[in-house]
Ligand binder design. Structure first.
Ligand SMILES: *[C@@H]1O[C@H](CO)[C@@H](O)[C@H](O)[C@H]1NC(C)=O
Ligand SMILES: *[C@@H]1O[C@H](CO)[C@@H](O)[C@H](O)[C@H]1NC(C)=O
Length: 179
């Protein structure tokens, strides 16, 4: 009886160690959007087939300016180099990105694997604070990126989780080391 209990305890602690080590692996999820000075959208992708359609909903914070005339661009993609780039989302005449509003865009672009990065770019003097961006695709779960932050002027600003999607031996190595 005692040995059964200690075996179970051993398994339990082993399991805990694996959990702890796998979370300590170098997959970092950034909770806050970051500027990425080295990010450049692929400008030549309009030559590609635009065979996939995406629905993107962007909610503008209630703390955003009441309206914005700034130029807003969007780019997102997967860990394998497939990217969607929309140079211009803004359209002040149709009241896009007004405070407390949600805008929906239907976008055609190259087909991607699960989206693991998304960046917004803003240029102008009005300012803009998005709350969140959700990308709906046919083959995968929708991906939501929570900004709740003012987008700085003139820099690609957002999230890149792609390292977590690439084949990673780090987790397996850490678990093996723990055993
Ligand atoms: C910035 O973008 C580049 C190009 O897409 C990417 O390789 C890099 O990991 C990104 N940097 C951060 C900190 O996410
Ligand atoms: C940009 O897209 C084109 C067209 O698909 C492709 O040939 C090229 O390799 C891409 N460039 C980069 C830097 O990913």
């Amino acid at each position: 009886m005692k040995s059964v209990t200690s075996s179970i305890l051993f398994l339990f602690f082993t399991f805990c160690i694996i959990i702890v080590f796998s979370q300590a692996s170098p997959i970092t999820i950034t909770d806050y959007p970051q500027p990425n000075l080295s990010f450049k959208p692929n400008q030549t992708q309009h030559h590609q087939s635009n065979s996939c359609s995406y629905t993107v909903t962007i909610t503008t914070s209630c703390n955003s300016p009441s309206f914005t005339r700034d130029r807003i661009s969007l780019s997102f993609g997967d860990a394998y180099g497939y990217q969607v780039y929309v140079p211009k989302l803004d359209d002040p005449s149709s009241r896009t990105f007004e405070r407390c509003s949600t805008d929906t865009f239907n976008i055609n672009g190259p087909c991607t694997y699960p989206i693991c990065y998304l960046y917004l770019y803003r240029s102008g003097y009005d300012g803009w604070k998005p709350e969140s961006v959700t990308v709906y695709t046919h083959n995968y779960q929708p991906a939501t990126f929570y900004y709740n932050a003012f987008i700085p002027n003139g820099v690609w600003y957002g999230f890149d989780y792609c390292r977590g999607y690439l084949p990673s031996t780090a987790t397996a190595t850490a678990a093996a080391a723990a055993l």
